[in-house]
Design a protein around this ligand. Sequence first.
Ligand SMILES: O=C(O)C1=C[C@@H](OP(=O)(O)O)[C@@H](O)[C@H](O)C1
Ligand SMILES: C=C(OP(=O)(O)O)C(=O)O
Length: 506
Amino acid sequence: MLEAKMNHGKDGDEIRTGEGSGGSAHWSAPMAAGSVDARVPLPGSKSQTGRELVLAALADGPGLLRSPLHSRDSALMVDALRAIGTTIEEVPNDGLYGPDLRVTPAEELIGSTSIECGLAGTVMRFVPPVAALALGPVAFDGDPYARKRPMRPLLEALRALGADIADENRGALPFTVHGTGSLRGGRVEIDASLSSQFVSALLLSGSRFDEGVHVVHMGARVPSLPHIEMTIDALRSRGVEVERPAEGEWAVGPGSIAARDLAIEPDLSNAAPFLAAAVAVGGSVTVPGWPGETTQVGDRLRELLPEFGARVELTTDGSLTVSGDGRVRGVELYVPEAGELAPTLVGLAVLAGMQGESSRITGIGHIRHHETDRIAALVAEIRRLGGEAEELEDGIAIHPAELHGGLWGAYADHRMATTGALIGLRVPGVEVDDIGCTSKTLPQFTELWGGMLDGETQERRGGSGDAGTGEEGDLIAGLVNHIGIPIAKGVGRTVGRIARGISEWD
Ligand SMILES: O=C(O)C1=C[C@@H](OP(=O)(O)O)[C@@H](O)[C@H](O)C1
Ligand SMILES: C=C(OP(=O)(O)O)C(=O)O
């Protein structure tokens, strides 16, 4: 499994611009020579993997996570839970993207350890309540920008529930949770307007608090509500009753969390740039394994991409196909629930701007607190390539403009990096400064992106083998076709490369 050792910017100064944030070489974003035609199977959901790891560590017996995500964020979560005594073992499977995980909860969670959060919001928010249940101090720290991400409302809520926390950076990383083996719990007021993860964090561990937890949101709009639905869903599927006493309130009673053997869905938010590619350059992209029912916010792409002019089809065998004709319409979108998708949506809006159309994407003020200030970063990078973008208090406006090539800063943010790749499909000479930061949730990004475009090359060449070295990939594509998940040969080759490379990732 990928180890959590890629600390983008960890030893350097705070990452402010995209230039050289991670130390990896610039990546020339490939331009599309024509339309795309590819199937792109994606690894597991970051958000589900993180939740299910936490719940499995707190459960009443050993459990299994099938086809989990293996990426920097998930590795950090695994390491964090191991550090406080959880046993997590890899179990080989037949999947494309790494082993299953068997999780055996600790008899007693232990402290006197430290936890590296990297840039993972899920680790820095979901693990501190678990650490309060451990015996002894647990010190948390993360990447330079992680120290800027809001923590205060959660730390204050945990204190109000009985936790002892020392936060030398006053409301941000680094801080130390002095666990005592239990937490009183009860009713707590919290302002979750900066991140839904504060609510999810309290609910995930809440049933292990002596009095359970009753979370009362006090403040402006809570963003990313589907992620709270995902938390509730995950808890209910493990026998934890979750109530909603009123709007903006969630409660779980004290009790146990059932151990489970479950499968993680593909990451539908990571599907966004791939599906958007079909809108950007025309043709079609299919993501297999699309769940018929899901709480993942990426499912909203089925309504959001048609706003740009795409056609979307979800087949009964669970494949989502997005098709376009290369014309990208401007949009007016208000998407507080889908901040995670916003960088891709903005990328498409930029391409619409190149076709003379204006767009406004609002309801996303909270993405200033994601891996970087995404509103400032997107506007700065779009302008750097000659685009016309404007920061709004709660979003971004894009105006018609031609773009030219140049450096696209990723700010150590995986979704900034993939947005640079998306724009680079239509703008020659886009260089992403730190494509390596896609390892946060999708270490295979460049291979899958190249494979998607190889599929396009194959299509233009009439489907014959083209790259000369693709036998193994063709074999895998053929095999996977045989078991019912057809993929383009180019992607098959990619998966072949990934399969060969898995043991080299760490
Ligand atoms: O709970 C989760 O897994 C997440 C919640 C959301 O955070 P915010 O509420 O901070 O937007 C989302 O953007 C993030 O990528 C993952
Ligand atoms: C906001 C994101 O991540 P995190 O879980 O670190 O908050 C994201 O993946 O877009």
